[in-house]
Ligand binder design. Structure first.
Ligand SMILES: Cc1ncc(COP(=O)(O)O)c(C=O)c1O
Length: 370
């Protein structure tokens, strides 16, 4: 098998720190979209109070955490499986469900295709249309599912990222359920990655999808709960699917601190509400400011980041490089399949950080014009 090419991701502050000779704390990372308010203060207290757990293996069942999630989603714990970030589950799914041919919407998160390549399968892609602001093409997916193109092999699965990264587009539950009904009829899998759904909870298909035998929903505690360094994600599906998926994971996927922190984060509803309010307000302000930069085009945003096209003549990679030298990391999307070369993704951060980026952007973009 050919070696799997490693996808490039945002959030690699360590590489930037080595390259720029600056401490991680001196960098402002807009390339990974993490809650700008940080984790709940209860997370810090929980981690400190759980030091005595370090000399033990973590609970392989993630019992307390699964109970908490089960009660949040009003489902049985047997419908929930924890993973070392949702990424571990993304990579286990093709083998667990024997998915050989996956249908994807581009542009999207590169790890879906990487997981298929690693499992020896392949993907077929449908491009979201830039002129439709990259809206997720649900009707096209349904049509392809009902009538695969002539000569092509039928799909075993569809992966929908909702809200989608990097475009920020999202569809409503009616659309996802339409797709879910279609996959049930055709005996195909539907995986819905809801990693960013905490920012638009009304678009999540949980808990209703938890009883659909062909649907798997992925969630993460990375973005909204601000725990990227601890690696906690989960899948929700019917118990037989959860068991299949579990068979593909090593034991003790989620370490003790990750479990304790995730539990504390889930219990702090006040911090969650405050975070959501803050991000939605700051996102609106940022979007308005960015759209006001001459020649920049903003796309509809449903998560905690903004997808933007730079003025004609610009290249996402070039701008990213220029800002990087100033310690401001944004996500270059110029080489993301299905995206325009002028595309970048910018996380919503604190007001102060956002103002710093806006100032730098406005200066760099005007330098080139003059
Ligand atoms: C759309 C999407 N899904 C899943 C992941 C993986 O998240 P984690 O493994 O941190 O839960 C990411 C990370 O960037 C992502 O952007």
């Amino acid at each position: 098998m050919a070696p799997v090419k490693k996808p490039f991701h945002g959030g690699d502050v360590y590489a930037a720190s080595r390259e720029l000779g600056r401490d991680v704390s001196e960098l402002i990372d807009f390339s990974a979209s993490i809650n700008p308010l940080g984790p709940s203060p209860k997370v810090w207290r929980a981690i400190t109070g759980a030091r005595h757990l370090v000399p033990h293996y973590p609970d392989p069942e993630c019992w307390d955490l699964r109970q908490a999630l089960a009660s949040r989603w009003r489902v049985e714990p047997a419908r929930i499986l924890m993973g070392n970030g949702s990424i571990e589950l993304i990579h286990a799914l093709p083998r667990a469900l024997k998915i050989d041919h996956l249908l994807l919407v581009q542009p999207t998160f590169s790890e879906y295709a990487a997981s298929m390549a690693r499992a020896g399968g392949y993907v077929t892609t449908v491009c979201a249309d830039r002129d439709e602001q990259y809206a997720l093409p649900i009707d096209r997916l349904c049509r392809l599912l009902e009538r695969p193109t002539k000569g092509s092999r039928a799909f075993d699965g569809i992966l929908l990222c909702n809200p989608n990264s990097p475009t920020g587009q999202a569809c409503g539950t009616d659309d996802v359920m339409k797709l879910a009904r279609a996959v049930q009829r055709r005996g195909v899998w539907l995986i819905v990655d809801e990693t960013f759904a905490d920012y638009c909870p009304e678009r999540s298909i949980l808990p209703s999808a938890s009883s659909w035998s062909r649907v798997v929903v992925l969630r993460s505690l990375t973005k909204f709960y601000g725990l990227p360094g601890l690696r906690v994600g989960y899948a929700v599906a019917v118990p037989t699917v959860i068991q299949q998926l579990r068979n593909e994971l090593p034991p003790w996927s989620v370490n003790a601190m990750g479990q304790v922190a995730a539990l504390a984060a889930l219990h702090d509803m006040a911090h969650a509400k405050k975070s959501l309010r803050f991000v939605l307000k700051e996102r609106t302000r940022m979007a308005k400011e960015l759209a006001g930069l001459p020649g920049c085009t903003l796309f509809p945003a449903h998560a905690n980041f903004l997808f933007m096209e730079l003025p004609p003549g610009w290249h996402g990679g070039k701008l990213t490089e220029q800002l990087r030298r100033e310690g401001l990391l944004i996500r270059d999307c110029s080489s993301v399949p299905g995206a325009n070369r002028r595309s970048v993704r910018i996380a919503v951060r604190s007001r102060e950080d956002n103002d710093r980026l806006l100032k730098a952007l406005s200066r760099v973009l005007s330098e080139k014009r003059s």
